[in-house]
Design a binder for this molecule. Sequence first.
Ligand code: ATP
Ligand code: MG
Length: 275
Amino acid sequence: RVNRGDFMNALEEVTPAFGVAKEELEQVVQNGIIHHGPVVDEILRSGELFVDQVRTSTRTPLVSVLLHGPPGSGKTALAATIAQASQFPFMKLLTPDSMVGFSEAQKVATIAKVFQDSYKSPLSVIVVDNLERLLDFTPIGPRFSNSVLQTLMVLLARRPPKGRRLLILATSSLRPVLTDLGLSETFDAELRVPPITSLRALGTVLKEVALFPSDEERRHAISMLAQAGFGDTEDEETSRLNVGIKKLLSMIEMARQEPEATAERLTNALMGLGM
Ligand code: ATP
Ligand code: MG
């Protein structure tokens, strides 16, 4: 028999998790989203469409999307932004960062619990962050946790119970590995998150974070970079400039520490000469 106490417990079981999950999502977008190129809006727009699809389509109670791209390109922040914007009653970030020191069994249990909890909500979004780290993947061997892999394979493909809808946003820097592991086929769609490869995009970031006190100084820095061979090309393959937004933002903060030689510092960092 279900009594009032059970009912209250059930409510409590679901609600307190929300606040925490929300903070987790906010935390990974700490530095905001800089619209450094059309691709950023395209990714966010696609994300919005997947959110709408889950919300409105009765035919697709489960939609899973893989955001992939080189390290530091902004995958986690974008996935979290899309998740947050959904305002679904259940939003959760599943990240290896919160499972440091967990045994395989503990990881499996944690992952399964998050999915179980999501099935209690009519609309849910789960960000499964950094799949390869969640899987303890190491290229040497190669090795990975088979039990975590099996768990993810099942949960990524399992339809939520009747009347429940779930959006899964996963991130990875090692897309080819996911294919080898047979995990990429489980996704309904993929969004590629590219690095920054054009001086124009770089200029937008520099402006946004106000690294230089004036437009003139910023332009001077950009022309310095152009002279250093970071010619303007949108082509990711041939561009000498190739940096993830995460790395770029930290290079910028380091360069900021030296007001006398900010442009030089940044150029050196981007040339891989270190600081
Ligand atoms: P990793 O490969 O290490 O997992 P990542 O690709 O997940 O890295 P994030 O952890 O999302 O990268 O780091 C991106 C950082 O850059 C965040 O702090 C975010 O706030 C900031 N940022 C600024 N502009 C953007 C943008 N357009 N897209 C994504 N992140 C952005
Ligand atoms: Mg990440």
